[in-house]
Design a protein around this ligand. Structure first.
Ligand code: GLN
Length: 523
C-alpha cells in the first residue's frame, strides 16, 4: 500500500482540498487505482450536525455518510463513489476507541493516545487503502494544531512501514505593501512538521502569482529541499485547472519517483473538457438562504459548471435571498433553481420563486426542499390555499393541509429522535415518456438523499389530476422522487440531490438538461 499524505501550513479554506484532489487525479491519470481520505481533527463524529453557516455544505455519500465538503471535491475530480469511511474525524476515532474500551477489547490495559488512538487511526486508514495503488490523505487544519497531532503521528508511524510521500501545502502570501512573496509562514510550518518527525517530499505553495524563482530558491534553502521539490500552486480562474498546473511541474512523476516508480500522466481528456469554448452566457437565479456563503451550495455550483463544460453554455449565478425576494427579482433570469433546505425561514420566498417560474415558463429546477415546495406551490395553484409542509407548519404553529409530511412509518422514528433519509437508499424508477426519463435515458437510477419529509400519498391523486406528473418513484413505489409539468418548457423537481453525483467527466443529467433549457430560453 502506498500513501500520499497532504498536510497544511497556515492554510484553512485556501484550497488544500482542491490541491489534494488534483494530486489524486494526476496519479489516477497515470493508470493507478487511487482513492482519497479526508481527516478532520474536530470532535464531531461526522459533519451531519454541522451548520452550513459555519462549515459550508454537508456532503452526502452513496452510503448515506454525511461528510466534509472536501469529499465532494475528491468525487468530482476522481469520478468515483466513495463512502463514509473516507472521512475520519477525531470524534469518530475516539468513539471507536471508547467503545472498544467499554467492551473490554483492550484486556485491562491503560488506554492511551499512543498506542491506542494512533493504532485506531492507522487501522481506519489501512482499511480504506486496501486494494488501492495509492491513497491520498488530506490532514485538515494546520500543522502544530493540538488536535491534529495524533494524525501526524499516525502518518509518521505509517511511513516506517509503508511507502508514504509527504506533501506540505502552504501559503506564500504577497502583500501589496511589500510587493514580494513571503516565505516565513512556510519556513515555520515546515519546521513544525519536522518537529513531528515528518520531512516533506514536496512543498506546494499556494500563492496569487506564479512562484518566483528567487522565492523557490529561498524556500528550498530554508526548508531543506531541492528546488524542484518546491511547487507553485498559484491562483487560476477555475479549480479544474489545478491538476494541469501541478502536472506542468511534473508533480505526479516526482511523487512516484520518490518510491522508484516511473509512469506518465495522461490528462488529455480532462484538458479537452475544461477547454470547451463557451458560446453564450445565461443568467440563473438561485433562490436560497445562505446567500453570502459561497461554500453552502458548492455541489450545486460545481454541477452547474460541469453542465456548462458539457453544453458550452456559461451560467452566471445570482443569489436571491428568499427572505427579501420580489417578483421583480426574477424578471431578468433565464432559469430559477430552488435548492434544498430546512425549516420555515425563507419558505414563502422559495414558493414565490416556484410560482414565478411556473407562470412565466422559466426553466425551473427544484432540489429536495425545492421539489417539496414546488408540490406545495402547485397544490395552492389548484386551490388548496393552506397547502404546506408540516415541517413549516409545525415550526410556525400554523394549521395547514399537509401536502408534504412525514410518512406514517416515519412518525414513530421521529418520536425516537428523528433520523433522516440518507444516501442512495433505493433504486429510483423513472417513468417512460417523461422529462426525467429523457434526461437520464435510463429506467432505473441511483441518486442520493438527505431529507425527512415526503410527498404525502394522500394528495398524490389530487396533484396528478391537476397536472403535476410524478415521473420518478422509489422502488417500493411509496416515495415520490420527482415531479414535472408537461405543459412547461422545463419544470423539474427532484426529491433526491443530483448535485452530489455530478462529476466533471460525468455531468448530472438534470443539470445538463436545465442548462440547455436556460440556453433555449435565453435565445
Ligand atoms: N427539509 C426537507 C426535509 O427534511 C428537505 C431537506 C433538504 O432539502 N435537504 O424533508
Amino acid at each position: 500500500m502506498r500513501y500520499v499524505v497532504v498536510t497544511g501550513g497556515v492554510m484553512s479554506g485556501l484550497g488544500k482540498g482542491v490541491t489534494t484532489a488534483s494530486v489524486a487525479k494526476i496519479l489516477q491519470s497515470m493508470g493507478y487505482k487511487v482513492t482519497a481520505i479526508k481527516i478532520d481533527p474536530y470532535l464531531n463524529v461526522d459533519a451531519g450536525t454541522m451548520s452550513p453557516f459555519e462549515h459550508g455544505e454537508v456532503f452526502v455519500m452513496e452510503d448515506g455518510g454525511e461528510v466534509d465538503l472536501d469529499l465532494g471535491n475528491y468525487e468530482r475530480f476522481l469520478n468515483v463513489n466513495l463512502t463514509r469511511d473516507h472521512n475520519i474525524t477525531t470524534g469518530k476515532v475516539y468513539l471507536q476507541v471508547i467503545e472498544k474500551e467499554r467492551r473490554g477489547d483492550y484486556l485491562g490495559k491503560t488506554v492511551q493516545v499512543i498506542p491506542h488512538v494512533i493504532n485506531e487511526i492507522a487501522e481506519e486508514i489501512r482499511s480504506v487503502a486496501e486494494k488501492q495503488d495509492f491513497t491520498v490523505i488530506e490532514v485538515g487544519g494546520t500543522v502544530g494544531d493540538i488536535e491534529s497531532m495524533p494524525f501526524l503521528e499516525a502518518a509518521r508511524q505509517l511511513s516506517l512501514e509503508e511507502d508514504v510521500i509527504f506533501i506540505h501545502v502552504t501559503l506564500v502570501p504577497s502583500l501589496d505593501v511589500v510587493g514580494e512573496q513571503k516565505t516565513k509562514p512556510t519556513q515555520h510550518s515546515v519546521k513544525t512538521l519536522r518537529e513531528a518527525g515528518i520531512s516533506p517530499n514536496l512543498i506546494v505553495c499556494r500563492c496569487h502569482q506564479e512562484l518566483e524563482e528567487k522565492t523557490r530558491r529561498k524556500l528550498a534553502l530554508f526548508c531543506n529541499v531541492h528546488e524542484d521539490q518546491v511547487i507553485s500552486d498559484h491562483d487560476v480562474d477555475d479549480i479544474y485547472k489545478i491538476p494541469l498546473v501541478l502536472n506542468e511541474q511534473k508533480v505526479g512523476e516526482k511523487i512516484i519517483r520518490t518510491i522508484g516508480l516511473r509512469r506518465k500522466p495522461d490528462l488529455n481528456r480532462w484538458k479537452s473538457i475544461i477547454s470547451k469554448k463557451m458560446e453564450k452566457t445565461v443568467h440563473l437565479g438561485l433562490a436560497g438562504k445562505y446567500v453570502d456563503l459561497p461554500d453552502s451550495y458548492i455541489s450545486i455550483k460545481e454541477a452547474l459548471k460541469h453542465a456548462s463544460f458539457a453544453t458550452g453554455i456559461d451560467v452566471e449565478i445570482e443569489m436571491l435571498d428568499t427572505e427579501t425576494v420580489e417578483d421583480s427579482s426574477f424578471a431578468h433570469v433565464d432559469g430559477i433553481l430552488v435548492p434544498g433546505g430546512f425549516g420555515s425561514r425563507g419558505v414563502e420566498g422559495k414558493i414565490q420563486a416556484v410560482r414565478y417560474a411556473r407562470e412565466h415558463e422559466i426553466p425551473f429546477l427544484g432540489l429536495c426542499y425545492g421539489f417539496q415546495l414546488a408540490c406545495v406551490e402547485y397544490a395552492r395553484f389548484l386551490g388548496m390555499e393552506d397547502a404546506n409542509s408540516t415541517e413549516v407548519a409545525r415550526e410556525l404553529a400554523i394549521a395547514c393541509t399537509p401536502v408534504i409530511d412525514l410518512l406514517p412509518e416515519q412518525r414513530s422514528i421521529d418520536n425516537m429522535g428523528g433520523t433522516m433519509r440518507l444516501g442512495a437508499d433505493t433504486d429510483i424508477l423513472l417513468e417512460k415518456d417523461t422529462l426525467i426519463h429523457s434526461l437520464y435515458n435510463e429506467n432505473v437510477i441511483r441518486e442520493r438523499h438527505r431529507h425527512r419529509y415526503e410527498v404525502n400519498p394522500e394528495f398524490i391523486p389530487f396533484l396528478e389530476d391537476g397536472g403535476l406528473t410524478f415521473s420518478a418513484r422509489s422502488s417500493d413505489i411509496k416515495k415520490m422522487e420527482a415531479g414535472e409539468l408537461k405543459t412547461h418548457p422545463f419544470f423539474l423537481g427532484t426529491q433526491f440531490h443530483p448535485e452530489f453525483k455530478s462529476r466533471l467527466e460525468n455531468p448530472s443529467p438534470p443539470f445538463v438538461g436545465f442548462v440547455k433549457a436556460m440556453g433555449e430560453r435565453h435565445d
